[in-house]
Design a protein around this ligand. Structure first.
Ligand code: SF4
Length: 354
C-alpha cells in the first residue's frame, strides 16, 4: 500500500482531532509508516493527544485479586487452565490485603486501582467479597478510581458493582473477531462484547483494550482499533505480548519497538479522546522508546503486571517528569516532583484464601 504524503498525514491528524473516522487505507498507512520518518507520525499523534489530555499522564496500579485458577483457555495467558507457567495460585485476596495494595498505589501516585481476578466470571461469593473490598477502599480513598476486571458478567452483576462503588469495568477485546478463535476457544469475541455492553448500561466506565504480538495481521490490528471506537471504550489498555514460558505463546515475539509505537499512534488517531494506556509488555517491547510512547499514550501502569515484573514505579515517575509531563491528580510542576520518589513498588501479593 502506498504511504501517505506528509501533507496527508497532517490532514489525517486534523480529521482525528475533529473526531472524524480514519479510512482503512489511512490506518494501514500509519502501520506501514517508514521507520526513518517515524517522528512525523509520533508528532502528529501527539497533537491529538495534547488536544484532549494536555501534558497529563495517568498512572494505574494493578492488583492480582485472584491468581492462576482460571478455567478459560486464553493461549497468551499464564493463568489459563492450559498454562504450565509457575504462577502463584490463590483465591480472592482479603479486603485487608487489597487495602494494603491501595496504600501502595496511592503512595506511588496512582489515580486508579485495577482489581483483576483470573476467572470466567464472578459468582455470588466473589461479588460479595468485591462489594466489601471496594466499600473499604472507597471509604479510605474516596478519590481513588476503582476498576474491576472479573471476566464475563451475568445480568444484574454490573449494577451491583456500580452500587458497591466500582467506577470502571475492564474487559479487553484483545484482538479482532476473526482472530479471536485462534487465541481462545472457551468463550467468544461476542461474549466479551456482551459484557462490555452490560458494564456500559450499568453506568460503569468501559475499559477495553487489546494485546499485540499474538500472530495477528495488520487487518486484525485495524479491526480491533475500529471496534473499540464503535464500542466507546473510555480507556484502552494496549498490551504487547509477554511470551511467558509455559503458555502456548511462549515462542511469540515478533514485535519491534517501532511496531509498538505505530500501533499506539494508530489507536490514538482512531480513538482520539479516549485514554490510551500502555499496558503489559511496555518495558520489554518499547524498550528505549518508552518515553516516546508517552507522546502518544496518556496513561501507563506502574509497578508490576499480573504475573510478570514491571519497571520500578520510581523509574516511571522519573521518566514522566523528565519529559515535562505532569502526573494526573498531582499538583506538581514539571521536573520538580512534589513528593519524594517512592521505593520500587513491591507487588508480592499474599495469598489468602477466603
Ligand atoms: S479469562 Fe482472563 S485470566 Fe482467564 S485465561 Fe483468559 S485472560 Fe487469563
Amino acid at each position: 500500500m502506498p504511504v501517505l504524503e506528509k501533507s496527508d498525514l497532517r490532514a489525517l491528524g486534523e480529521k482525528s482531532r475533529a473526531g472524524g473516522a480514519l479510512s482503512r487505507e489511512e490506518a494501514r498507512a500509519v502501520l506501514n509508516w517508514p521507520e526513518n520518518e517515524l517522528l512525523d507520525v509520533v508528532a502528529e499523534a501527539h497533537r491529538v493527544r495534547h488536544q484532549h489530555f494536555g501534558q497529563k499522564v495517568k498512572m494505574n496500579f494493578l492488583v492480582n485479586l485472584q491468581s492462576g485458577l482460571c478455567p478459560e483457555d486464553c493461549s497468551y495467558c499464564s493463568q489459563s487452565k492450559d498454562s504450565k507457567a509457575p504462577v502463584e495460585k490463590y483465591r480472592l485476596l482479603s479486603s485487608d490485603d487489597v487495602l494494603d495494595q491501595a496504600d501502595r498505589a496511592v503512595a506511588a501516585g496512582a489515580a486508579r486501582l485495577c482489581l483483576v481476578a483470573a476467572m470466567r466470571g464472578p459468582g455470588e461469593r466473589e461479588m460479595a467479597s468485591l462489594d466489601e473490598t471496594v466499600r473499604k477502599v472507597k471509604e479510605k480513598y474516596p478519590r481513588l478510581e476503582v476498576c474491576a476486571s472479573m471476566g464475563l458478567l451475568k445480568e444484574g452483576q454490573a449494577g451491583r458493582l456500580k452500587s458497591a462503588g466500582v467506577d470502571a469495568y475492564n474487559h479487553n477485546l484483545n484482538t479482532s473477531e476473526r482472530h479471536y478463535e485462534e487465541i481462545c476457544r472457551t468463550h467468544t469475541h461476542s461474549d466479551r462484547l456482551d459484557t462490555i455492553e452490560k458494564a456500559k448500561a450499568a453506568g460503569l466506565s468501559p475499559c477495553s483494550g487489546a494485546i499485540f504480538g499474538m500472530g495477528e495481521t495488520q487487518d486484525d490490528i485495524i479491526d480491533v482499533a475500529f471496534r473499540l471506537r464503535e464500542v466507546g471504550a473510555d480507556s484502552i489498555p494496549i498490551n504487547f505480548l509477554i511470551p511467558v514460558p509455559g503458555t502456548a505463546m511462549a515462542r511469540h515475539n515478533q514485535l519491534s519497538p517501532t511496531d509498538c509505537l505505530k500501533i499506539l499512534c494508530l489507536f490514538r488517531f482512531v480513538n482520539p479522546s479516549m485514554e490510551i494506556r500502555i499496558a503489559g509488555g511496555r518495558e520489554r517491547h518499547l524498550r528505549s522508546l518508552q518515553a516516546l510512547g508517552l507522546y502518544v499514550a496518556n496513561s501507563i501502569f506502574i509497578g508490576d503486571y499480573l504475573t510478570t515484573k514491571g519497571q520500578a514505579a520510581s523509574a516511571d515517575r522519573q521518566m514522566i517528569l523528565d519529559m515535562g509531563f505532569e502526573i494526573e491528580g498531582e499538583d506538581n510542576a514539571p521536573g520538580s516532583p512534589t513528593r519524594p520518589l517512592p521505593d520500587p513498588v513491591e507487588m508480592v501479593t499474599r495469598a489468602t484464601r477466603q
